[in-house]
Write a protein that binds this ligand. Structure first.
Ligand code: AQP
Length: 346
């Protein structure tokens, strides 16, 4: 059976970008067709300035939201990365396989280290080594597929390179994984700056739809989305990024709603270019986008409220998920330790 691993960092409140780019497909498709491991990758949130109480709060909230979105702990493993020591054990071995040059080439490292330098903060070493830990997250489960948005593709490519190099040097140990992206909404853009990603750790939330925003705020954010100077509705990501983003969001929300209603095939469905033809004004498009986003978020928020009232149940899910994850990861990581020449501890 195919094995899938994917993760989400507790660096901010989850956004519509996280949902449409990742979570919707985990819920609608991935968990049902594979051995699926989904993780709140909390160690990755420590690579930049952070407040401990906030990380704790966001880790719980993220796990609760994933369950509210529909991850089913009976069919997939949902766990917190730091609860499974195998991730950090393996990360060190992969740091010994990666080169300084290839880690420095990572776009996220270049962007985030430049930001940290500008704001006068030191650049944490973990920001550079982060892709080795991400590779460990993936390789520890002998993962075949990693469903991610476009922004993470380069890290999955590096993971593949490290797996191949490790296997060549030390013998077949890891499965070489591949990234899979959703058919639409692989990159949801900020509604106020459609040339930039809708990211949960960005400071200004005016162009970001958070999954727990109240629904009037969601409508307001969509209706105020920056569009382009033209008037006709066409799907052109380069020339009309604002309108293209709205069409992507509409297509992805409709596909999600159809999959939730039992039509199957989450992530497919409406084609943004075809949708463009049915609009002759930006106002009508925005109203339909707002309705579709609210249609996705309303049931999710209702389920979240019920789950958040019972934090003990969420913790029990995470404990069980960590147990399942450990049982799979431990023998793989032990095999990697043996392969590089380390004496067995047990
Ligand atoms: N805007 C997006 N469009 C499509 N997919 C997205 N993802 C994130 N943003 C978008 C996908 O969501 C999964 C988890 O993301 P993450 O926690 O790694 O990244 P983030 O939400 O982008 O968080 P940050 O802290 O704001 O990230 P940085 O600053 O690192 O970009 C992934 O599958 C991701 O592709």
């Amino acid at each position: 059976m195919t094995t899938i691993f994917s993760g989400i960092k507790p660096t901010g409140d989850l956004t519509l970008g996280n949902y449409l780019g990742a979570i919707s497909r985990w819920v609608r498709v991935d968990q049902h067709r594979a051995d699926a491991f989904f993780s709140v990758v909390d160690l990755h949130a420590l690579t930049v300035e952070h407040e401990p109480a906030r990380i704790r709060r966001l880790s719980r909230r993220t796990a609760t939201l994933l369950l509210a979105a529909g991850l089913d702990p009976q069919v997939c493993a949902l766990f917190v990365q730091s609860h499974v020591d195998e991730h950090t054990r393996l990360s060190y071995l992969l740091e010994c396989v990666a080169t300084d040059g290839e880690l420095r080439r990572m776009i996220q490292y270049r962007e985030k280290s430049a930001r940290a330098r500008e704001s006068g903060e030191g650049v944490r070493f973990s920001l550079l080594s982060y892709p080795a830990l991400m590779a460990a997250d993936i390789l520890a489960y002998r993962t075949d597929e990693v469903p991610v948005g476009e922004d993470q593709r380069q890290h999955v490519e590096l993971t593949r390179d490290l797996a191949v190099r490790f296997n060549q040097r030390y013998g077949e140990t890891f499965t070489v994984p591949r990234a899979t992206a959703p058919p639409v909404a692989a990159r949801v853009m900020d509604l106020q700056d459609p040339t930039g990603k809708m990211g949960k750790s960005h400071a200004d939330g005016a162009g970001i739809v958070y999954l727990l925003d109240d629904l009037d705020t969601v409508r307001r954010k969509v209706m105020r989305a920056v569009t382009d100077s033209g008037r006709d509705v066409v799907y052109d990501r380069a020339a009309r990024p604002g309108v293209a983003n709205l069409l992507d969001i509409l297509a992805a929300c409709r596909a999600d709603l159809a999959a939730g209603a039992g039509a199957g095939g989450g992530g497919g469905g409406s084609d943004p270019a075809a949708l463009a033809a049915s609009y002759d004004s930006y106002g009508a498009l925005k109203r339909d986008v707002a309705d579709a986003v609210v249609g996705v978020l309303r049931p999710l928020q209702e389920r979240y409220a019920r789950l958040a009232a019972d934090p003990g149940a969420v913790e029990a899910v995470l404990r069980a998920g960590a147990g399942r994850a450990r049982a799979v990861a431990r023998p793989v990581v032990d095999a990697a330790y043996a392969a590089v020449g380390l004496l067995p501890a047990r």
